[in-house]
Design a binder for this molecule. Structure first.
Ligand SMILES: NC(=O)c1ccc[n+]([C@@H]2O[C@H](COP(=O)([O-])OP(=O)(O)OC[C@H]3O[C@@H](n4cnc5c(N)ncnc54)[C@H](OP(=O)(O)O)[C@@H]3O)[C@@H](O)[C@H]2O)c1
Length: 223
């Protein structure tokens, strides 16, 4: 049975990933920061639930110690938005640092600490965004969120160059504009449809594809 770790799994895209991966027969380690949210309603013997803020090194170590055997798939999904600041004058620097810590640095820390459980054929998904694309940036707003996802992309590419020789591949995903708390009620894509696409991208991923930056339906994204 293949094992997957999903961060930020109590709601939104993370929760739907847990549901669909359980249905596909995965052993799922689902993490949540505080509230268990929708995870509390799932009753499946292949599901383990762990409280873990992605910035908390001790909690990541505890998760790692509780996992028997290999991690086939790590989905660094947890993330925060930034308040969509319209102007540089509105940027709250402490909040910007928090966004960058959670969206860019924490996924690298989680990966670093779980890497000893990964080997040949393991895949790491970095939940990025189209908003991390420099060439797609047609407006100024969401400064910190955009920058955090661009930084995540670069961390991921630097990492893929190192991990390729260990047989570990990296998939940088844009889930689409999805109807979640973050995406809002006007998002055109349901969480179910987005996650179906994400899982298809994971299933087709090979080491030769490592470092690709694609949206949920497989369309490549310009950096
Ligand atoms: N929805 C979209 O349209 C869209 C588009 C592009 C990219 N994305 C990306 O997709 C991912 C999931 O987004 P979503 O739409 O599902 O967002 P969401 O509904 O707001 O859920 C975000 C999840 O991340 C968790 N999280 C935030 N900070 C955390 C921390 N420090 N430690 C652990 N967990 C933390 C949240 O936990 P709490 O419940 O405790 O806050 C929640 O489970 C994010 O990385 C986001 O940037 C989303």
């Amino acid at each position: 049975m293949k094992s997957v770790v999903v961060t930020g799994a109590n709601r939104g895209i993370g929760l739907e990933l847990v549901k669909q991966l359980l249905d596909s027969g995965f052993r799922v380690y689902a993490t949540h920061r505080s509230e268990m949210g929708g995870l509390a309603n799932l009753n499946n013997q292949n599901l383990s639930i762990h409280q873990m803020d992605v910035r908390d090194q001790k909690a990541i170590d505890e998760l790692s110690n509780s996992i028997d055997g290999k991690i086939d798939l790590l989905i660094n999904n947890a993330g925060v938005a930034d308040g969509r600041w319209q102007s540089i004058s509105e940027i709250d620097m402490q909040h910007a640092l928090d966004v960058i810590e959670i969206n860019s640095i924490a996924p690298v820390l989680v990966t670093q600490k779980l890497l000893n459980k990964m080997s040949d054929d393991s895949t790491i998904v970095m939940m990025s965004s189209l908003m991390g694309s420099i060439s797609d940036c047609m407006s100024g707003r969401s400064y910190a969120y955009r920058a955090s996802k661009t930084a995540l992309n670069m961390f991921s590419i630097a990492m893929k160059n190192e991990l390729e020789s260990q047989g570990i591949s990296i998939l940088i995903m844009h889930p689409g504009w999805v109807e979640t708390d973050m995406g809002g009620p006007h998002a055109p894509l349901s969480v179910e449809e987005s996650v179906q696409g994400i899982i298809q991208r994971i299933e087709e991923q090979t080491l030769e594809m490592t470092g690709r930056y694609v949206q949920f339906d497989g369309t490549p994204i310009e950096w």
